[in-house]
Write a protein that binds this ligand. Structure first.
Ligand SMILES: [Ca+2]
Ligand SMILES: [Ca+2]
Length: 155
């Protein structure tokens, strides 16, 4: 990874429990991988551990530590055999929203692609929080492996 790039694994969303760390449509982990004691759905797709079974108005909360102050390009590694595949927004520190992002088909749930997000948030060095929220009005059937923050300069 280039210097200044941070990856946040989708399956590592907050462990503060349902409706605090995440919201999921059902209380069981339909993917059956990791965290089988709670409702966030985690799959193992040919070695990519991801959040799967994404539906309705689900969301996941994350923390991220960025190494330096500046502008960050944000991208999500996603997969779906459907088109449309889904739509989500990413909100940093409770207020700055990027998206909505229409997930592009990757031809298979096992074929992941890094999809860039439209905005480049300015972040100060240190800890931040972000939430990935899927659009309840859109058809949702995609998987997410990780979100990547790539340092893009000081401006
Ligand atoms: Ca789900
Ligand atoms: Ca992952």
């Amino acid at each position: 990874m280039p210097d200044g790039t941070v990856r946040v694994q989708a399956e590592d969303c907050s462990r503060d429990g349902k409706n605090v760390g995440y919201h999921d449509a059902e209380d069981d982990n339909k993917g059956g991988t990791q965290r089988t004691y709670e409702g966030v759905d985690i799959c193992d797709q040919n070695g990519a551990i991801d959040v799967c079974w994404i539906r309705d108005d689900e969301w996941m909360r994350y923390s991220v530590e960025v190494p330096k102050t500046g502008t960050y390009e944000v991208a999500a590694r996603v997969s779906s055999l459907y088109s449309p595949a889904g739509r989500f927004t990413l909100t940093v520190d409770g207020s700055r929203t990027t998206g909505p992002v229409d997930v592009k088909t990757t031809t298979s749930h096992d074929a992941f692609m890094l999809q860039p997000l439209p905005e480049t948030p300015h972040l100060t060095r240190g800890a931040h929080e972000f939430v990935v929220t899927v659009d309840p009005a859109a058809y949702q059937n995609f998987n997410i492996d990780y979100v990547e923050f790539r340092y893009a300069g000081k401006h």
